[in-house]
Design a protein around this ligand. Structure first.
Ligand code: FRU
Length: 434
């Protein structure tokens, strides 16, 4: 059982996949390399939760079995139809496998098709008999790439099923849209692209909330030239026209200010709230055992054209026990709430949050030693007003929710202490015992 931040059960994980509330339980699948601490031939790991707070690992759900996914089951999504769970994912076949390590490819040498597998209960998947290739490798470069087309996110529209895929044409990222009546036969129906937003778009997610369309995606190359990761996820208001299968994203907003999160994926929770979770990229393993974790689930909403991300109410209510010192926290998990004053700083176990010039910044240099290239200091854009911080933290991930979700700044950390230098804050830990 794991609580608050779901972590790799051992070895490597990346993107959240197939996030769904199904038959009274939350299912979170994820990209998983079960044999080592680095990325490799992808499997889908699986965890379930009744409340988005406590998670139980269920082992491996999907693994390579077919020629089309012989080299990996890449990211994808899940939907429910007539009581069954349907998973859509990208099957990968390495065309230039590294002879010294068959878990990886060389020179962009792989092909990608879109595949489907179903389950009666969301736990048992027949990897041998039940997989189908629903969209074969694209062979028309003007439509999409045979290599870099992936990460199907499927949703039910007003008039059938829709799929959004990330792809690239002429070195520009694009979304491909497909339409289906029965989830098996998919027709290519449109695309959307944009200038100055990276050369390939990964992990697209389209949904409606507060009566508006929103798209979240992870464009490769958007951060080229700056330090750290090549890419970070973004979101934008984007109305999708079902008839034309077209979309016009508005102004792009970062998903998180800290740059560590990647590949967010959303679902609706038991109350219909749009809830998103994302992978926290980690430059080194913890205790030589596990690498990769997920942020807490965040509820998405939009107001005045700005997209807000708030901690899921189940997480907030789990942090019910007031404490005076981090050392009293359950399993190192705590929540710190504070109103910052202009020019004020608070040092939370070596992680320093400061408020000045209508911005909040965080400096992790003392608790992220040796990884300067990824970045130590992150700062919000100008805030609308106020410096309220709501911090959710454990030993390896600190999430700072600013002004009720106007921005979130999240940082992977190693070696945080339990001293707090600062004043006028409230501290809580979650109620349960380990
Ligand atoms: C994003 C990503 C996806 C892909 C998966 C492979 O992190 O590159 O586009 O499906 O990871 O693990």
């Amino acid at each position: 059982m794991q609580r608050i931040h779901l972590k790799s059960p051992g070895n490597w994980i990346n993107d959240p996949n197939g996030f769904i509330y199904y038959k009274g339980q939350y299912h979170l699948f994820y990209q998983y390399f079960p044999f080592g601490l680095t990325w490799g031939r992808m499997h889908w790991g699986h965890a379930v939760s009744s409340d988005l707070v406590s998670w139980e690992h269920k082992g491996i759900a999907l693994y390579p079995t077919k020629t089309d996914d012989r080299s990996g089951c890449f990211s994808g999504s899940a939907v429910e139809n007539k009581g069954k769970m349907y998973i859509f994912y990208t099957g990968v076949n390495y065309t230039d496998e590294d002879p010294e390590n068959i878990n990886v490819y060389r020179n962009s040498g792989f092909s990608a098709s879109q595949m489907m597998i179903s389950s009666e209960d969301g736990v048992l998947f027949d990897n041998l008999r039940d997989k189908k290739t629903v969209i074969p490798v694209i062979r028309e470069p003007a439509v999409g790439s045979d290599v870099n087309t992936r990460d199907p996110k499927v949703w039910k529209g007003r008039d059938g099923w829709y799929m959004i895929l990330g792809s690239t044409v002429d070195d520009k990222g694009r979304f491909l849209f497909y339409r289906s009546r029965d989830l098996e036969k998919w027709d290519y129906s449109g695309y959307c692209t944009a200038d100055d937003a990276g050369w390939m778009w990964e992990c697209p997610d389209y949904f409606e909330t507060d009566g508006r369309g929103i798209v979240i995606f992870s464009p490769l190359g958007i951060a080229a030239g700056s330090s750290g990761y090549e890419s970070y996820p973004v979101c934008a208001q984007a109305e999708f026209d079902e008839e034309k299968c077209s979309m016009k994203p508005g102004k792009i907003q970062p998903f998180d200010i800290g740059n560590d999160l990647y590949a967010p994926q959303s679902t609706t929770d038991s109350e219909g709230r749009r809830t998103v979770i994302a992978w926290a990229r980690m430059p080194e393993a913890v205790n030589g055992r596990w690498i990769g974790m997920f942020c807490i689930p965040r509820v998405v909403s939009i107001s005045d054209g700005h997209i807000y991300f708030r901690p899921h109410p189940n997480i907030v209510s789990a942090f019910s026990r007031e404490i005076t010192d981090i050392s009293q926290s359950s399993d190192g998990c705590f929540r710190l709430v504070k109103e910052m004053a202009e020019g004020e700083s608070i040092d939370i176990g070596g992680y320093v949050i400061s408020a000045a010039d209508r911005k909040i910044s965080a400096d992790r240099s003392a608790v992220f030693a040796g990884h300067e290239e990824i970045g130590y200091i992150f700062e919000t854009p100008e805030l609308k007003g106020g410096y309220h911080i709501d911090v959710f933290a454990d030993r390896n991930l600190i999430e700072v929710y600013i002004n009720d979700g106007e921005y979130v700044l999240s940082s992977v950390v190693y070696g945080t202490g339990s001293e707090i230098t600062g004043k006028d804050y409230s501290l809580y830990t979650y109620g349960g015992q380990i």
